[in-house]
Design a protein around this ligand. Structure first.
Ligand code: 6PG
Length: 478
């Protein structure tokens, strides 16, 4: 019997260590490795008893510890560190060995690495792993992309260690090349939108409705019992309920109001701009983080720029109900946009993404897990989806929320409270349901200053008006 391990994990920071433990606890033998060997030693000391682990100190030792075809999960920081690990490991490997990048890599990098590794006779998978530290240990959502036959070799492991919802693993093959990391990127973009929408709802409850932080925490707790039920709403209640361990009052009031970001939300927006997909909620969420980062400027502006002082509404209960509806409707838009983006990428790259399956694997384990995703899965199961907003369930849900949604935005504007993701989601909804829209004027102006031409609603062809000359319309494509 071979003593070699069935799979290897390199990179033993918390995500890598927890993923290795998850695999080991599920019965597979795992060789572990880290650039600095102390971490490997500590891993074996702390968790060696949880499963069949082999600690290895050098890359050569690590590779030698693995049964062939070798399967190696790389859990290092996205970017240059992934290339460094590949450069180190690839020369030590044999044809058919499988390298698996489980970090938050940018999908064009994954595409490039797939080609580079395949050119060397190796196989490469880029897998999105969501769920944070706890998810990695207890069951993440996994979005694997790359060669389907390489995936088949690790499928039993990945589907077993993933979160399970109603007996269905939150892991399924996504598509070739960078498709897995692409879907993980959109997941993170949606995560940004979700977080921003929740933050706007909190701001409205606090600044417009005048609720205390404790009351807001309890409101989120209640909302988590209905259609909004989700991991992020659940933890919002917990974060807001937390008292400052070092002093008086809620901890939230001591946390610096500058949001950070590692780039996945920005990539999602960049890709949407590239593809021409309207992705307003996620993009506003990225910009809202950037605006929050201007803390000193904001502090100065707070003293000089005019605006209304929020006043308390007479009917708090109604406002709270309205905010709940506005949050739900905006969330539908954010997800609808994210799914439109994945559909566009699937067409452009021939990925043949199964969007219902993506909703299915996001139902558990990941940061955006939510009751809501069952509805999205149902929508795709029921047939062709042009846009989730037009699917009867969501169409009706937004129809009944929309008056409240508008009232909340009016109140926010009147009271001078910025709600960019709520507002841009409503603008998308109204823009999407407008036929005809006003863009004919854009075309008229472009034709006036640049002879860019326009098409007519009542005739075929392209046209131009000789604006400054004789004002005559001429056909330009005849
Ligand atoms: C996940 C998370 C994870 C990470 C984000 C945070 O799915 O487990 O999305 O990947 O927490 O990358 O991103 P920011 O630091 O950009 O907010």
């Amino acid at each position: 019997m071979s003593e070699q391990s069935q799979i290897g994990v390199t990179g033993l920071a918390v995500m890598g260590a927890n993923l290795a433990r998850n695999i080991g606890r599920n019965g597979w033998s795992v060789a572990v490795h880290n650039r600095s060997p102390e971490k490997t030693r500590r891993f074996i000391e702390d968790y060696g008893g949880e499963g069949d682990f082999t600690g290895t100190e050098t890359s050569a030792e690590f590779v030698a510890a693995l049964a062939r075809p070798r399967k190696i999960i790389i859990m290092v920081k996205a970017g240059a560190p992934v290339d460094a690990v590949l450069a180190e490991l690839a020369p030590l490997l044999d044809e058919g060995d499988i390298l698996i990048d489980g970090g938050n890599s940018h999908f064009p990098d994954t595409r490039r690495r797939t080609e580079e590794m395949e050119a060397r006779g190796l196989r490469f998978l880029g897998i999105g792993v969501s769920g944070g530290e706890e998810g990695a240990l207890l069951g993440p959502s996994i979005m694997p992309g790359g060669s389907r036959e390489a995936y088949a070799e690790v499928e039993p492991i990945l589907t077993k260690i993933a979160a399970q919802v109603e007996g269905i693993p939150c892991c399924t093959y996504v598509g070739p090349g960078g498709a897995g990391h692409y879907v993980k990127m959109v997941h993170n973009g949606i995560e940004y939108a979700d977080i921003q929408l929740i933050t706007e709802a909190y701001d409205l409850m606090r600044s417009v409705a005048g609720l205390s932080v404790g009351e807001i925490a309890r409101t989120f707790e209640q909302w988590n019992e209905g259609e909004l039920e989700s991991f992020l709403i659940e933890i919002t209640a917990k974060v807001l309920a937390k008292q400052d361990p070092r002093g008086e009052g809620p901890l939230i009031d001591k946390i610096v109001d500058q949001a950070e970001q590692k780039g996945t939300g920005r990539w999602t927006s960049e890709d949407a701009l590239e593809q021409g997909v309207p992705l307003t909620a996620i993009t506003e969420a990225v910009f809202a983080r950037a605006l929050s980062a201007l803390r000193d400027e904001r502090a100065a502006a707070a003293r000089t720029l005019a605006g209304p002082e929020p006043t308390r509404p007479a009917e708090r209960r109604e406002l709270l109900d309205d905010i709940q509806h506005a949050l739900y409707a905006s969330k539908v838009v954010a997800y609808a946009q994210g799914f439109q983006q994945m559909a566009a990428a699937s067409r452009a790259n021939d990925w043949d993404l199964d969007l219902g399956a993506m909703a299915t694997i996001w139902r558990g384990g990941c940061i955006i897990r939510a009751r809501f995703l069952d509805r999205i899965k149902d929508a795709y199961d029921a047939g062709e989806v042009t846009n989730l907003l037009t699917v009867p369930y969501f169409r009706d849900a937004v129809a009944s929320a929309q008056e409240a949604w508008r009232r909340v935005i009016v109140a926010a504007v009147e009271q001078g409270v910025a709600v960019p993701a709520f507002t841009s989601s409503l603008a998308y909804y109204d823009g999407y349901r407008r036929a005809p829209g006003p863009a004919g004027l854009i075309q008229g102006l472009r034709d006036y200053f640049g002879a860019h031409t326009y098409r007519r609603t009542d005739a075929e062809g392209s046209y131009h008006v000789r604006w400054p000359q004789d004002g005559e319309e001429v056909r330009t494509d005849a």
